[in-house]
Design a protein around this ligand. Structure first.
Ligand code: DP6
Length: 402
């Protein structure tokens, strides 16, 4: 106890990004350790637009581990949360025993309070668990002074979270070992590698909540022969080609592989029994628009990919953004509901040629896209140095402002 009778609290705040897979992870060979049946590759999105912020505090005065997510206290006994906490504490103990057995590294025996928020609405349907678990593991590691390979721990929170531990272009290597120590994320290229690449998240107004990834992929592993074929015969070559395309900044190959892999993932969902439908009629129309647009120019200028929901993520180059956004506005007109239709990086207005409109030639679908988030490739997790940004107060409880 310090002189003024207050108990010392150690507090760290970090942020972590969302990632979007262009070669999809779908299916586990080990449910508990979260080991995948195939490797995958993703692009880390910029945290200026999409991020999770997490504060972790430890203090001798805390009676139990507690967690608050987006303003609401959640169950800390969740097995995946427990895996991450247990693994970080184990590494911290190992480190202490090596360096100084008497040292209590940031209160190893102390309980933690965790508070986490996203800067994007959960309703946007973006996989918040990847950014969430990456941020949790990164922040816990800072608090307990743990260094080294943290993606294997984030992976045990949510598979895709291991890829959010790095910025830029990231692969999650399948690994061979049964203990999962070699199933980890690696940066393929940093965020500065391909500055012209742009990402548009088309938030589709969804009526119903789709089947979650965890249970969806369990049923796929049990029932889909196509998924087995994909994991055994398709993905490893695709990973090689994708890495080459990223390294060469070959947009046309990158885009083609991205669309084919999204389509194959959704085909395995249809091949699942009973089938899983993540794409809806709006998603299908977006797919049509992208292909018509590329056909019009006789080259691949735009690519789509879809995860476990109807929202589209579009990849394109900076120079094509204004026109493609105008095409989307043309096919999916939105009656202004007060909010901005384009959020994030600014998109300039442009006028579509009659020829292009005719070539796209689809019936407009009113109010089917709620808004677009315009962003680019971004960096990995970061420590927030400004202490006023802590989400927990000095008493270790969430600040009232959240
Ligand atoms: C379709 O990582 O959410 O987004 O490991 O069970 O937590 P769990 O699943 P999760 O699955 C993501 C699936 C995907 C494809 C991808 O991100 O690779």
């Amino acid at each position: 106890m310090s002189d003024d009778n207050t108990v010392k609290t150690t507090m760290v705040t970090c942020t972590a990004p969302v990632n979007i897979a262009v070669i999809k992870y779908w299916g586990k060979r080990n449910e508990e350790l979260i080991l995948p049946i195939n490797s995958s590759l993703s692009v880390t999105l910029h945290q200026d637009q999409l991020k999770t912020t997490t504060t972790v505090a430890t203090s001798r005065s805390f009676e139990e581990d507690r967690i608050w997510l987006n303003g609401k206290e959640e169950d800390i006994t969740h097995p995946r949360l427990q895996s991450c906490l247990r693994e970080i504490r184990r590494l911290a103990r190992k480190r202490r025993n090596k360096t100084n057995p008497d040292l209590d590294v940031a209160g190893l025996s102390h309980k933690v309070h965790i508070c986490s928020i996203n800067n994007f609405p959960t309703a946007a349907g973006l996989a918040s668990s990847a950014a969430g678990f990456a941020c949790l593991v990164y922040t816990l590691a800072r608090v307990f002074g743990v260094e080294g390979e943290l993606s294997v721990i984030a992976r045990q929170g949510s598979g895709s979270a291991c890829r959010s531990m790095y910025g830029g272009f990231v692969q999650w290597i399948l690994g061979q070992r049964d203990d999962g120590k070699d199933s980890l994320a690696q940066q393929v290229e940093p965020e500065s590698h391909w500055p012209e690449l742009r990402i548009l998240v088309l938030v589709v107004s969804a009526d119903r909540k789709p089947i979650g990834s965890t249970s969806g992929m369990q049923t796929s592993v049990k029932t889909s022969l196509l998924l087995k074929l994909r994991a055994e015969c398709v993905v490893s070559k695709r990973m090689e080609d994708m890495i080459e395309a990223v390294c060469q900044k070959d947009f046309s190959t990158f885009a083609g592989l991205t669309m084919k892999d999204s389509n194959q993932f959704h085909a395995t969902c249809l091949d699942t029994y009973p089938p899983i439908f993540y794409l809806n009629s709006v998603s299908q129309q977006i797919i049509n628009v992208v292909h018509k647009y590329n056909e019009h120019y006789g080259e691949t200028r735009v690519a789509y990919t879809f995860d476990a929901g109807p929202n589209a993520v579009i990849f394109t180059l900076e120079q094509h953004v204004p026109e493609f956004v105008q095409v989307i506005k043309h096919v999916f007109p939105s009656e202004s509901n007060g909010g901005k239709f384009i959020k994030g990086l600014q998109v300039d207005d442009t006028i579509l040629s009659e020829e292009l409109k005719q070539c796209i030639g689809l019936e407009p679908m009113l109010n089917k896209i709620s808004y677009i988030i315009s962003t680019k490739v971004g960096p990995g997790p970061r420590v927030v140095e400004d202490h006023s940004e802590h989400l927990l107060g000095s008493d270790g409880m969430p600040k009232k402002t959240q």
